[in-house]
Design a protein around this ligand. Structure first.
Ligand code: PAF
Length: 286
C-alpha cells in the first residue's frame, strides 16, 4: 500500500524524511478518477525518482460557477488501488479545509498565457490551478512534477509559474494517452453516453486535419482553423465549439504566417460534457 497522507504536516514530514535519506521525490498532481493517462505520469515519475507522491484533490478554486465541481468523477478506493499497484510511495489526499483553512487572498495572473483559450472560456480556472499547484510544490518539495500535455495551456502556465518564482522543481510534460479512435483519456469522458463517446473522436480528427494542412505547406492560420471547424461541423452530435485554433506552442499567441513550434487547440461540447484536446505541429525553418 502507498502511505495515505491527509494533512499538510504529514505530507511535509514524509517528503522531508525522503529528502533527508537523499531520495529524489517526484510529484504527480491529480484530481483523482485516475485512468491510464495518470498511470503514464506515475510511471514516468517512478522511472525518474526514488519516491513518488500522488496528490488527489478536487480543487474547488479551479471550477467556475455552474461548472462540474459537484459532479466531478470521484473513485477514491480505486485511485488508491492504482497508486499502490503502480508503486507510489504515498498518496496525499487532503480535505478542502486542510488545503484552504482560510479563503486565499493571494491570486496569480498569468498575463497573456491565460488571456485566451481556456483562460477566456473559464475565467479564474488557470489562476485556481496555479494556486493549488504552487501550494502542492511548497508542501511536497518535489524535484520533478508531472503534468499531461492534454491540458497544454495548464502545462504552459505551470512551467511559467515555476520559472517566474524560481521554484526548485522540474516541470515534466507527458504525452497525451489516447484510445484507439484517437480520443484523449480524460476523467470527464466518464460523463459521455455511448453515442457521445462514439462521436468524441471528432476532436482528434479535427486536430489531425489541421496538422496535415500545415504539414502540406499551409501557412495561414485562418485556413487551418477553417479546416478544423469543418471537420467539427460534420459531427451532428457535437454542440458548441469554444475554440478550434492554431497558436504558438510556447506563448499560445497567434503566429502569422505560421512558423516554428505550433499547437492546434480545440474545446467543444458533446451533450453536457466539455472536452478539450490539442496536438503539436512544426513548421521547419526555411
Ligand atoms: O490536471 C489536473 O488534474 C488539475 O488541474 C491539477 C494539475 C491536479 C490541479 O488541480
Amino acid at each position: 500500500m502507498s502511505d495515505l497522507l491527509t494533512t499538510v504536516p504529514a505530507a511535509r514530514a514524509f517528503c522531508e524524511a525522503a529528502r533527508a535519506r537523499g531520495a529524489a521525490v517526484g510529484l504527480v498532481p491529480t484530481m483523482g478518477a485516475l485512468h491510464d493517462g495518470h498511470r503514464s505520469l506515475l510511471r514516468q515519475s517512478l522511472a525518474q525518482n526514488d519516491v513518488t507522491v500522488v496528490s488527489i484533490f478536487v480543487n474547488p478554486l479551479q471550477f467556475g460557477a455552474g461548472e462540474d465541481l459537484e459532479a466531478y468523477p470521484r473513485g477514491f478506493e480505486n485511485d488508491l488501488r492504482i497508486c499502490a499497484g503502480e508503486g507510489a510511495a504515498a498518496v496525499f489526499a487532503p480535505s478542502e479545509a486542510e488545503m484552504y483553512p482560510q479563503p486565499p487572498v493571494t491570486s496569480l495572473d498569468f498575463g497573456g498565457l491565460s488571456a485566451s483559450l481556456e483562460g477566456a472560456c473559464r475565467p479564474g480556472h488557470l489562476a485556481g490551478v496555479g494556486l493549488v499547484v504552487a501550494k502542492l510544490f511548497a508542501i511536497v518539495g518535489a524535484c520533478r512534477a508531472y503534468f499531461g500535455e492534454k491540458d497544454w495551456q495548464q502545462l504552459a502556465v505551470v512551467r511559467r509559474l515555476a520559472d517566474d518564482l524560481s521554484l526548485p522543481v522540474d516541470v515534466v510534460g507527458c504525452p497525451t494517452v489516447r484510445q484507439p479512435d484517437g480520443v484523449a483519456l480524460s476523467s470527464r469522458n466518464a460523463y459521455l453516453g455511448a453515442d457521445e463517446r462514439a462521436a468524441a473522436g471528432v476532436l482528434h480528427r479535427c486536430l489531425l486535419a489541421g496538422a496535415a494542412l500545415i504539414e502540406a505547406g499551409e501557412r495561414a492560420s485562418a485556413v487551418v482553423e477553417a479546416a478544423m471547424a469543418s471537420v467539427l461541423a460534420a459531427e451532428p452530435l457535437l454542440g458548441r465549439v469554444d475554440y478550434a485554433r492554431v497558436v504558438d506552442a510556447a506563448t499560445l499567441a497567434r503566429r502569422e504566417p505560421l512558423r516554428g513550434e505550433l499547437r492546434l487547440m480545440v474545446a467543444a461540447h458533446l451533450g453536457g460534457t466539455r472536452l478539450i484536446d490539442n496536438l503539436g505541429a512544426t513548421v521547419p525553418p526555411p
